[in-house]
Design a protein around this ligand. Sequence first.
Ligand SMILES: Nc1ncnc2c1ncn2[C@@H]1O[C@H](COP(=O)(O)OP(=O)(O)O)[C@@H](O)[C@H]1O
Ligand SMILES: [Mg+2]
Length: 575
Amino acid sequence: MSGKIIRVNGPIVVAKGLLAKMYDLVRVGEDALWGEVVKIEEDLSFIQVYEDTLGLSVGEEVINTGSPLNVELGPGLISSIFDGIQRPLPLLESLSGFFIPKGVSSFSLSREKRWRFLPQVKSGDTVTEGDILGKVKEKDTFIHYILVPVGISGKVLDIQEGEFSIQDTIATIESEDKNLVPVTMLQRWPVRLPRPIREKLTPDLPLITGQRVLDSLFPLAKGGTAIIPGGFGTGKTVLEQTLAKFSNCDIIIYVGCGERGNEMTSVLHEFPKISDPYTQKPLMDKAILIANTSNMPVAAREASVYVGVTIAEYFRDMGYDVALMADSTSRWAEALREISSRLEEMPAEEGYPPYLATRLSQFYERAGKVKCLGRDGRQGTLTIIGAVSPPGGDFSEPVTQASLRLTGVFWALDTSLAYRRHFPAINWSQSFTLYQENLRKWFKENISSDWELLLGKVRELLQKEEDIQRVAQVVGIEALPEQERIILESCGMIREVFLIQNAFDPIDGFCTFKRQKKLLEIILNFHEFSWNYKEKNLSFEEIINHPLKEEIARLKELKDEDFFSKVEELEKKLE
Ligand SMILES: Nc1ncnc2c1ncn2[C@@H]1O[C@H](COP(=O)(O)OP(=O)(O)O)[C@@H](O)[C@H]1O
Ligand SMILES: [Mg+2]
């Protein structure tokens, strides 16, 4: 099955006589560049090429592999750094200019490395797809489960224990139709096809991020979806990276998609130095990075999110909590737009193809809390958090609007907050979460029964502040009634002490729920105290300039040992 190139148009190559199916993976030209068939018209195949097409000429051969783009799944994935089509990127330099040579078909996972396989079933046992066959220890502590491949069930004829490479047969299963199926630790899956599950469940546990404004005001559930829209410099990348560092997940997949190479390089430099706040283990021991930066071919950017989400599903299927961060989905949509225009498709809004929303939804739909395949009833979650970079920070553009309708949390970043260096620049009146209801029970049982009441008060104060500010802009602060000025003061405290959080601060960068709650309580107590200042025989000036305010503001700097005793001391003083 081979054809000839008849036209080259940027990342799109047209070949004649290829006899291809949609999404067939092909090798293009003398350099055997990787490509994928994305449109078929009679005997013409339109191919998006994942590598630089410069130098390709008409008449060169195209060979059809006959199978779709798939990923390699198995031990060795963790700590890997891949390009958009899962080729390993061992060198940092590869992100800042040094590319993988054209047409290289390096394996994603090492064929040499040997892994100690421990069977969990024995010969004679009956197994079905998704059952755990055995386990492998990867990194120091991670248990990588080897599952019965999708579509296979039957009797285990033979299962090995010992050191194996991922291509060695570790078990043989006799299928129901009496076929002998050799099973290895290496499995493959086509990236555009969601991996099957037993059942979708309601996401009802929070993804804890250690970021106060997110955890408290706009919580995301494990298995849910969130977007982070924001203009240039509002903190999308910092927030995505912070979430990668601090989310309480077993596996983190970070897809750097179409953004500057140096940002990805900084991730690569930084992640290995960071330790997971929950386990104190190096962050890279649970991370996989996929890099398709702005200087890399545009078609591979289109593929990179599917590669990421397929690897994420693979770990979810073992029963883990997985989070995928994509920075930025707008650059991904732009790749879609460019390819679509080269295919001469009819453009819809702002030049994006009419199927933009469908594609986005196919991506976000792969998130979820699920009952995995396999008979042990284990559950896994896949959370997706996509950054969106609307041009000029205008949220009415198509990518933001389409994503907004498909996802459960909207963490809106605000240019004016970022300009004032209020970080994370989450706009508290624009942002929302749809998971509040499902998480209610967890908060009630794990944080406190009055948690919602507490947050209700905070929301109410912030809402009042907005109204008062509007009046203040006309009449001036001095002309406001004293009680309203107290609300402004308290909201100032909510912002400074609670909402603002420096992601790079060694103490305050990650804030536990216990601390979040104490901070909120002390701020609200102080508000109560100042609201009734007259009963305390204080003057308005005295309450506005009260020394306790400074002490509350400095709580964030304290380590846990001092923090809780100091809060207690302040609470006593307030009484
Ligand atoms: N949570 C944060 N804490 C401290 N500084 C931040 C935070 N978020 C953003 N910043 C500052 O804003 C700058 C721009 O953020 P970045 O994430 O690169 O923006 P974007 O990706 O939206 O263009 C960062 O270099 C950093 O100085
Ligand atoms: Mg960025």
